[in-house]
Structure formats: C-alpha cells, structure tokens
Design a protein around this ligand. Structure first.
Ligand code: NAD
Length: 440
C-alpha cells in the first residue's frame, strides 16, 4: 500500500502543525472535467477534443538507487508528454511521495494550457518520482536523479522535451540532469533542462520567476479592482520557491504580508511579518523550515487557519487541492492568486465563484516560471546571456499582456478567469493541431 504523507514523514514535534493531508481527489479528473467544460463552451471539434483529452506519451520507469547504507531501493518514476502541438514539451520534475501517473498526466496537461495561455512556443509535459527525498542524502538524491534521467532520456531532448524544477527539485538537481545527458551524449547539452545554476547556462532571474510572475499578476488584478497595493494584506501558503519569492516581491511592491506557512505550520502577524528575520531563521533551520522562527512577534497558526485568515489576497503556493468544499466557504480573502498547480478543487471553485471571490488561475498565475524557462532555453540555444533586468522586463511584458488578454476574454465571454484562461489556451492548442493536421 502506498504510504501516506504522515506515515513517510517523521518530523520533530515542532513540525506537527501540518494540516491533515487533503482527501485524495484525482487531479486528472479535475483537469479533464475543466477541459470538457471549455470544449463545450468553445464548440470544439469532437476529434480535436478527443486528442486533447489524452496525453501523447506516458512513460513509467523503475529507478533503483543504492542508498548510503548499501541497501537498494526501487522507486517509480514518470514522464508524461501531454501535447507537442505548439512546440517541444516542457514541464517540471517533482520528487514527492504522492506522485502518481494521474497526477503527472494532469500536471502535464496543465503545462500545455499554461504555455498556450502566455503564448510561448511549447507543449506540455511533467515528470516525477514517487519518493520522499527529505530524509535522503545529497549523494542518494544525485544517484536517483542520474538514474531517472537515463531511464527517461529516450523521450527527452532540447527540441523534444525539456524538464525543469518542481516540488523538491532545484537547480542542483537540474545540473545533475544536464550533466548526465551531456556525459551520455559526449557533448555539452545544457539546453536539455531549464532552471539550471547560472554557472552552467541557467538564466538570471529564473529562481525568482514563478513568484515574480505571481506578484506581477496580483498587481494587475489589484489595479483592475482599483485597490492600492499599500492597502492590501496577503497570506501565502507554502513558503518554498514560489511562495517565498511571491511574498518578498509583493512586499517590495507595497503589500503587507501577514501570514506565511509551510509543512511545519504557519506564522501570523496582522501588522505585517518581518520577512527578513523569517528568511534568516529559515536559512539556519536544518530543513529550511519556518519552524526555525522562534521570535515572539507572531502567532503560530496551522495551515487551515492560514487559508481562512482575514486577508485581501490569498496565495496558495504549496500543493494541489488545498482549497476544498470543506473549507471554501470559510475563506475570507476576496482574491486568490494560485501560485501552486491545482490548489482549488472544482467544488471549491464553484463555492468561491458563488461568493464573488476572484481567482487568478494557476495556468496564468504561476506561468512566470515557464516563461523564464523559455527565456533560459532561448539564451542557451543562442549562447548569449542577458542581464537580469532584461529577463525581468521580458517576464513582466509577457505576464501583463497575458493577464490583460485573459481578463478581457473572460469579461467578453462572461465567464470566470479560470474558464476564460482555459478557453483561450485550448483554442490556441486546437488551432495548432488544425494547422499541423493529423499525421500521417
Ligand atoms: P517548494 O518545494 O519549493 O515549496 C513548497 C512549499 O510548500 C514548501 O515550503 C513546503 O514546506 C510547503 N508545503 C508542502 N505541503 C504543505 C502543506 N500541506 N501545507 C502547507 N505548506 C506545505 O515547491 P515550489 O517549487 O515552490 O512549488 C510549489 C507549487 O508551485 C507546486 O504546486 C508547483 O507545482 C507549483 N509551481 C512551481 C513552479 C516553480 O518554478 N518552482 C512553477 C509553477 C508552479
């Protein structure tokens, strides 16, 4: 039987503030359900609809790893390519105990929509290993990464499928992937992966990009609402890559960050959190968790309390299905900006809509990462690297343009932003499928 989060993660008492694992709902059902809704609204050709309902390729691999104690454990790995209609497949690699085929399929499809909605020339993919890497040594993670890379290599390639970081993977993991492919290929092939360290072909601005993109669309949303950034309070669930940069950048834009959380629980101060002190404490904590923050100027809250705290903007930036039918009617934020992929269930979405909560959907709100991944790939292919200001400016142009396009489209179609963004994306992918035709 697959271990649950609580079984595999043995954590010190200070970290036991974690919300109960979300009741398991199938993200793939959510993704197909929303695609069907968009297809019906678009009056999509049934043949093209049928193509988009299935990934192009699903690869399942077994990944044996020699652990430091000499034991061999075998993990299950996945790479799914949902669509290459608009360009090479693109999507992250996740190391997490909950990774499974349907989740990877769903996340791959979401990458297809995401790349289409922001107009970058990629299709969608996703990969992952069903593993809890938090207790593993760096050597073990390196061996696992290299073996996994070799196992999925037949379907990777700079013009085929380009991985990137996701939950529990980072620039170091991307460096091992690029090195493995380069060693096996006998040539430097850094463009096989994005989110690499800058010293081996990574882009300036990539690590902050998803959070920055989320902050940019939050700014655009507040502008549409006629609301001043300086009068806006924000709560962020998931103080990892996406959440922590979104929080810092929104603070620099004038917002007040009143609550943040991670797997070890949350911190709340209605007058605004001292993010610099929090970042120092997280950096000093052996597992880089908020549990390391021991100052007395905050209330300790759990993740459920974070989601329902009294703020203007809520940014779920942890994992999927955090906002569900059982808590959606207690959410007090008027605006939700989805930093994570799929943080809201379909039932919760309907509840939020009926309550007038405006949701900027994941495929738009967290697209900043793949936008700068695209900019990294472009820089790698031309072997010419840009200053950070240029990267940030291009990111900002694309995010602002995409937000306004989705906003205008959703208004014109009289649908919520989530459905509007998806309809726009599905339409663009369908157009590419039509242009290319069905081979042979
Ligand atoms: P990360 O591993 O850096 O951060 C995840 C954070 O969520 C950590 O702080 C973790 O402690 C916290 N967390 C995990 N379970 C939690 C729970 N039950 N309650 C509260 N906090 C919890 O991962 P990330 O890269 O920041 O990704 C976060 C989300 O954003 C994922 O859904 C990912 O798919 C999505 N995303 C990431 C990127 C990117 O560029 N990193 C791009 C697009 C989307």
């Amino acid at each position: 039987m697959k271990p649950t989060m609580t079984q595999v993660q043995t954590r010190p008492a200070a970290e036991l503030l974690v919300a109960e694992p979300s009741p398991k709902q199938d993200l793939w059902d959510t993704v197909v359900g929303t695609l069907d809704e968009a297809a019906a609204r678009l009056n999509l050709d049934p043949g093209i609809h049928a193509i988009l309902r299935e990934p192009e390729r699903e690869l399942i691999v077994s990944v044996p790893v020699v652990h430091d104690d000499g034991s061999i454990r075998v993990y299950k790995g996945y790479r799914v390519q949902h669509s290459s209609a608009r360009g090479p497949c693109k999507g992250g690699i996740r190391y997490h105990p909950d990774v499974n085929l349907n989740e990877v399929k769903a996340l791959a499809a979401m990458m297809t929509w995401k790349c289409a909605v922001v107009g970058i020339p990629y299709g969608g993919a996703k990969g992952g290993i069903q593993v809890d890497p938090t207790g593993m040594s760096q050597r073990e993670i390196e061996r696992m990464t290299r073996r996994f890379t070799a196992m999925i290599l037949p379907i990777l390639g700079p013009k085929r499928d380009i991985p990137a970081p996701d939950v529990n993977t980072n620039p170091q993991v991307m460096a091992w992937i690029a090195d493995t492919v380069s060693m096996l290929g006998g040539a430097a092939i850094p463009e096989i992966v994005t989110g690499k360290p800058i010293n081996m072909g990574g882009s300036r601005g990539r690590k902050e990009a998803t959070g920055r993109g989320g902050a940019i669309v939050t700014g655009e949303l507040l502008k549409q609402m006629g609301r001043a950034l300086t009068e806006t309070s924000v709560a962020v669930q998931g103080y990892g890559n996406v959440g922590s940069y979104a929080a810092r950048i929104l603070r620099s834009m004038g917002c007040k960050i009143v609550a943040v959380s991670d797997v070890s629980g949350g911190l709340y101060n209605p007058h605004g959190l001292d993010l610099d002190a929090i970042d120092r404490a997280v950096a000093d904590h052996p597992k880089r968790l908020l549990a390391g923050y021991t100052a007395g100027d905050v209330d300790r809250i759990n993740n459920e309390e974070l989601l329902t705290c009294d703020v203007d903007v809520l940014i779920p930036a942890a994992l999927e299905h955090q906002i569900r039918a059982d808590n959606a009617d207690r959410i007090r934020a008027r605006y939700i900006v989805e930093g994570a992929n799929g943080p809201t269930t379909r039932e919760a979405d309907a509840i939020l809509e009926s309550r007038g909560v405006v949701v900027v959907p994941d495929i738009l709100a967290n697209a900043g990462g793949v936008v700068v991944s695209y900019l990294e790939w472009v820089q790698d292919l031309q072997n010419f690297f840009w200053e950070e200001e240029e990267v940030n400016q291009q990111l900002s142009n694309i995010m602002v343009r995409s937000f306004r396009e989705v906003w205008g489209y959703a208004e014109a179609q009289e649908v919520p932003m989530r459905l509007g963004a998806l309809m726009l994306a599905v339409d663009k992918v369908a157009e590419a499928v039509r242009s290319r035709g069905i081979w042979p």
